[in-house]
Design a protein around this ligand. Structure first.
Ligand SMILES: [Zn+2]
Length: 243
């Protein structure tokens, strides 16, 4: 993988602030009839947080490779790597989970209720900060083992999510998957976190565990680092372009 220089990302805060304020003013101008205002644009002066969600955990392994490796561990490895890179840059980073666990409320019984509680708690973490960028990390699965490649999902809940998804998809193509021609995709309510998050949010499906070649790569810690660097690059590019 061609390493990129990711150091030196600083901009005078006043320039950044005025650009965000201009953007906010322009947004109000063109959306004066709309009642909802994306929270991330409403509080440009608040500190930025990057929230990383390693999909699944605990009793919920997510999808698996043909030899039984669940995505939950792959997701967590990648999320932790992204966190490390972002923290080196000085970002505030929050993980929805740091171990192999479900984050449902204590005392909730039954797998279905625990899953619901887990998802609600993850959504609370996504929406906890007014100025946040949220990334949910998953692996894909399909009945036909032919399909491979990363794909980004976003919702219309925050207008910046589409831009984030597009930049992230481009970074996967640039960095590790030059043959990937997948389109970013609008999600529905079935992707609960992605759909209801109020901040710019993308669900990153890093690749298909149902594809034997891609599954081998995704199990490999070195490739997981490359995926992590790609997600990190996407976040950085989004922040830079946002101004
Ligand atoms: Zn998943």
């Amino acid at each position: 993988m061609k390493k990129k220089n990711f150091r030196g990302y600083t901009k005078p805060i006043c320039v950044m602030m005025s650009l965000v304020l201009c953007y906010t003013a322009a947004y109000y101008a063109v959306n004066s009839i709309e009642m909802t205002v994306p929270t991330s644009l409403t509080y440009p002066d608040e500190e930025l947080y990057i929230v990383l969600d390693a999909g699944h955990g605990g009793m919920d392994g997510g999808c698996s490779t043909s030899d039984g490796v669940p995505e939950k561990g792959i997701n967590l490895n990648i999320a932790k790597e992204v966190k490390e890179l972002l923290e080196l840059q000085g970002y505030n980073v929050v993980l929805t989970r740091e171990t192999d666990t479900s984050i449902h409320d204590k005392g909730v019984e039954g797998i279905r209720s625990q899953k619901e509680s887990d998802m609600e708690n993850r959504l609370d973490i996504f929406n906890e900060h007014n100025n946040a960028i949220c990334i949910s990390i998953h692996q894909n699965n399909f009945t036909d083992p032919y399909y491979s490649g990363a794909q980004m999902f976003y919702s219309e809940n925050n207008p910046e999510s589409e831009t984030l998804a597009r930049i992230m998809q481009e970074n996967f193509v640039k960095n590790i998957q030059p043959d990937n021609s997948r389109e970013i995709k609008l999600c529905g309510k079935e992707l609960y976190l992605c759909y209801f998050s109020e901040n710019p949010t993308v669900m990153v499906e890093c690749g298909f565990l149902s594809n034997p070649d891609e599954a081998e790569k995704l199990k490999n810690p070195m490739y997981q680092k490359e995926v992590a660097f790609t997600i990190f690059s996407g976040i950085n590019e989004f922040i830079e372009k946002r101004g």
